[in-house]
Design a protein around this ligand. Structure first.
Ligand code: NDP
Length: 302
């Protein structure tokens, strides 16, 4: 039976650590850390994500300095909000919640965020810092995966890692982080020929393809560590009645892969909670830096 890589539990432990980091430094800093989650429009899923992030901030002593703009806000006004947050000394982290309403291009808006306040770690400068191994905010989801692997004591040096997916959000930074940890990394994508042949070579398999249940037993080497980044909401069969609830599933067919793997993340409760925690880590790390304090979180920013 595979070890369950429990992101919910690790996220709760890391929140206690962050709480202590903030409490111990609050007096010297003279102000609490501040995170601004900027939401534009009313995408319902985003509403849930933003609420989760705001609650998590409250638990560890980060001030929530977010704003919610109407769906028809022009790009220039969103840009002005970002510039205001960049200039606000109380703000240590800024996150532009995606997706944006149709007609707003996320690219230039994300680039307008001060790289030192880039809570999502997705600014071009910060991706460049990751490539060069320089410190900086890190992309939250892959950094969360690295924290889960480290917590479980998964050895990476010299081992084969395969990442399925090459997005800027997950796959690319994931591959860079695994490589920085001395794994030998291959990246698969939609044009990869014979995916199963490649993924079966993996000691560590990270799946971020956004395809529900695409990875099954035929893709996994016995004893591999399997990390499922995918998250999908499956609506109930109308025939199951009005009380039937939607379910979440990942890119991995858990029931089929779990007996083969040495360790595996569940969905939900695996990578998802770690993504939120890393947002807090980036914000607190930025606060320490901006307040001239020591940096106690470097082990979480690979
Ligand atoms: P994208 O759609 O941006 O990227 C998907 C990647 O998977 C692409 O590189 C694509 O290849 C590749 N891919 C698609 N189909 C296949 C296939 N059949 N075989 C091999 N590769 C394939 O998705 P994201 O990276 O943004 O997200 C991936 C998943 O992770 C989604 O389910 C998303 O919801 C989830 N997610 C979860 C988070 C969490 O906190 N748990 C956070 C972020 C994302 P190509 O480049 O060739 O198109």
């Amino acid at each position: 039976m595979a070890t369950r890589l429990d992101g919910r539990q690790l996220a709760a432990e890391l929140e206690l650590r962050l709480q202590a980091v903030v409490a111990e430094r609050l007096q010297r800093a003279g102000r609490p850390p501040g995170l601004a989650v900027l939401r534009v429009g009313d995408d319902p899923a985003s509403g849930v994500y933003v609420a989760n992030k705001e609650k998590a901030c409250g638990r560890i002593g980060i001030r929530n300095l977010g704003a919610h703009l109407a769906a028809d806000t022009p790009a220039a006004a969103v840009l002005a909000s970002i510039e205001k947050l960049n200039a606000d000394p109380a703000v240590d982290g800024i996150l532009l919640q995606l997706p944006l309403p149709a007609g707003l291009d996320s690219g230039p808006l994300l680039e307008a965020i001060d790289p030192e306040k880039d809570a999502d770690g997705l600014h071009t400068l910060n991706l460049g810092r990751l490539v060069k191994g320089e410190p900086g905010p890190r992309s939250c989801t892959p950094a969360g995966v690295m924290a889960l692997l480290a917590h479980q004591g998964v050895a990476l040096a010299g081992r084969r890692a395969v990442v399925v997916g090459r997005s800027i959000l997950v796959g690319q930074p994931m591959a860079l982080m695994l490589q920085a940890a001395d794994a030998t990394v291959s990246v698969a994508h939609s044009r990869t020929a014979d995916l199963a042949e490649l993924t079966r070579q993996a000691d560590v398999l990270v799946v971020a393809a956004g395809r529900p249940g695409m990875i099954g037993a035929e893709h996994v080497k016995p004893g591999a560590v399997v990390v499922d980044v995918g998250i999908h909401r499956i609506e109930p069969d109308p025939a199951a009645g009005a009380t039937a609830k939607a379910k979440l599933c990942g890119d991995v067919r858990y029931q089929e892969v779990e007996p083969l793997a040495s360790a595996i993340t569940p969905v939900p409760g695996g990578v998802g909670p770690m993504t939120v925690t890393l947002l807090l880590v980036n914000t607190v790390a930025s606060w320490c830096k901006r307040c001239g304090l020591d940096q106690p979180l470097a082990d979480l920013l690979p």
